[in-house]
Design a protein around this ligand. Structure first.
Ligand code: C5J
Length: 226
């Protein structure tokens, strides 16, 4: 067992039954000119999550921790996109042409994950329709098959897909930790509020910690890695 110094409680975890889950580090959300920016988001707040996320990802790979990635997106004919979701956007909409292909459509460049945290062999990509990573996906089955008990979350955005996925995981009985600097929100106050919501009531959705605390907890496991 290892321990991460976290808020509002220190989190005990066993690396063999833990997984790092990166939510929607997709070009459409984080890169300038993508869907996220068109929606009015300051993409610099999202982009700054990538360097710490890259460091945690490298450490997780070094110690042999399970890693998964998600992408939000839809079929090219949009038959799997709820009509209500299609109308959301403001200036731009899912399925329309963006600078990186059709927005949030599977197979388009913008739908895929940025190079810095791109999945390698053995790291499943969960293609999801909604904000939560469990809704209509095989994520729970994969975690069950791997014997996972603890999930570390990073990705974008803190207050939408990351928090929705973390709430879903918490309801399913997983111990959850939010990596505060490996996630970014549409604005600073949303980011801070999302973190505060996780921590309230003694950690109603889990615990939070900066990536350095996780890296410190993983470091001693490097020698013992398979
Ligand atoms: C949003 C996400 N914000 N990945 N998606 O629509 O958070």
């Amino acid at each position: 067992m290892s321990t991460i110094n976290a808020d509002p409680f220190d989190l005990d975890f066993d690396v063999a039954s833990s997984a790092l889950v990166f939510i929607d580090f997709q070009r459409d959300f984080v890169l300038p000119g993508g869907f996220g920016e068109e929606l009015g988001n300051d993409t610099s707040l999202l982009l700054k999550a990538i360097p710490p996320a890259k460091d945690v990802l490298a450490k997780a790979r070094e110690v042999g921790m399970h890693v998964l990635h998600t992408r939000e997106g839809h079929r090219p004919d949009l038959s799997d996109c709820p009509p209500a979701k299609l109308t959301r956007g403001g200036n731009t909409f899912i399925g329309t042409d963006g600078p990186m292909g059709r927005i949030l459509v599977r197979g388009s460049k913008g739908h895929d994950i940025v190079e810095d945290v791109y999945p390698i062999d053995g790291e499943p990509i969960i293609d999801k329709l909604g904000k939560g990573a469990f809704y209509q996906t095989d994520l729970h089955q994969i975690l069950f098959d791997w014997g996972i008990k603890t999930l570390f979350f990073g990705g974008v955005t803190t207050e939408v897909c990351v928090q929705t996925s973390m709430r879903e995981a918490n309801d399913r009985g997983f111990e959850c930790l939010l990596l505060t600097d490996c996630t970014g929100a549409t604005d600073k106050s949303n980011h801070e509020a999302a973190i505060k919501m996780v921590q309230m009531q003694g950690g109603v959705f889990g615990a939070t910690a900066p990536s350095i605390n996780v890296i410190r907890a993983l470091e001693p496991l490097v020698e013992a890695a398979p």
